[in-house]
Design a protein around this ligand. Structure first.
Ligand code: F6P
Length: 324
């Protein structure tokens, strides 16, 4: 049995709604199991600079409903270097931190995997990213909230699109993943979704929009995943080829990352936080807690960060049928 008297917790990478619910859950589950908790600020940067504070149950009161992360977050360049990780390890030893719970996305787990290997540190991850691009989990903490935020925004764009009889390209986040784009397109009744997992057939898209306008529609909305030029480039090409389209672009940007987490995100964050402490007590290491068919699972970091999370492409067919 290895020593587990004290854990460190941090959030890293892009923030995601529900991270606070996860911090609360990890902290309370640890204390419930008589394990001390040290909060590390600004992600891996805090491990290097020593920005650390002991957490008690009251430190995580009244945060379950708050967006962002009370621990702050950062993308830490220094931690990608062996020198940076050495300082981080020295901080852990000094602070008597036996294991880490890291909440973040693929960058966070990539760093965790290397650090765990180099210094034999037990680390368990929680998937915290709006992108939903981690393998081995049906959903990541923050994805559901971001999806709902997008749908609410598109509903509003629809009002003005309709009044002006315009075509709107709405760009959503997701780095190299189309989960937010495809599912928000379905939920908001958009004509199409342009996602990185599927080659864009621009002729087909133009045809679809033209037909829509020719028939009953007086406005159209296309959701575009960021990357690959994004919505602006696509709109430019469409305007060049079809000058008659009155096209506009809306980039939703970072508003997608903010806001009160949905009930779903709070629930999975709470369950995953408890599971992270159970996993550490069970001497698991270098694994992410995932959720598959509503059951908690442990996924090795190496698998979680693979780039090939499958997206259900049958949804594209549903979109096409519904956009006639
Ligand atoms: O990974 C989360 C995410 O919001 C991506 O969807 C997006 O590409 C990226 O972070 C933006 O990062 P930043 O806030 O550092 O610009």
């Amino acid at each position: 049995m290895y020593k587990l008297n004290c854990i460190g917790i941090l959030t890293s990478g892009g923030d995601a709604p529900g991270m606070n619910a996860a911090i609360r859950s990890v902290t309370r589950a640890a204390i419930f199991n008589h394990i001390r908790v040290k909060a590390i600020y600004r992600g891996y940067k805090g491990l290097i600079t020593g920005e650390i504070k002991e957490f008690h149950t009251e430190d995580v009161s009244n945060i379950i409903q708050r967006g962002g992360t009370i621990l702050k977050t950062a993308r830490c360049q220094e931690f990608t270097t062996p020198e940076g990780r050495k300082i981080a390890y020295e901080t852990m030893v000094r602070e008597e931190i036996d294991a880490l719970v890291v909440i973040g996305g693929d960058g966070t787990f990539t760093g965790a995997r290397i650090f765990a290997q180099e210094y034999n540190v037990p680390i368990v991850g929680l998937p915290g990213t709006i992108d939903n691009d981690l393998c081995g989990t049906d959903s990541t903490i923050g994805y559901d909230t971001a999806l709902n935020t997008i749908v609410e925004a598109v509903d509003k764009i629809r009002d003005t699109a309709n009044s002006h009889e315009r075509l709107f390209f709405v760009e959503v986040m997701g780095r190299d993943a189309g989960f937010l784009a495809l599912n928000s397109a379905l939920a908001s009744g958009a004509e199409a979704a342009i996602i990185p997992e599927e080659q864009t057939n621009e002729e087909q898209l133009e045809e679809l929009i033209k037909n829509g306008f020719r028939k009953s529609k007086n406005s159209s909305i296309v959701i575009v995943a960021e990357g690959g030029g994004g919505a602006t480039a696509l709109a430019e090409r469409m305007k060049r080829d079809y000058p008659t389209f009155d096209a506009r672009v809306t980039i939703l940007g970072h508003l997608q990352r903010g806001g009160t987490p949905t009930a779903y995100d709070r629930i999975i964050a709470s369950r995953m936080g408890v599971a992270a402490i159970d996993a550490l007590l069970d001497e698991q290491r270098s694994v992410m807690v995932g959720l598959v068919h509503d059951e908690l699972v442990l996924v090795p970091f190496t698998k979680a960060i693979k780039d090939d999370k499958p997206i259900n492409k049958s949804k594209i067919g549903v979109l096409q049928i519904l956009s006639i």
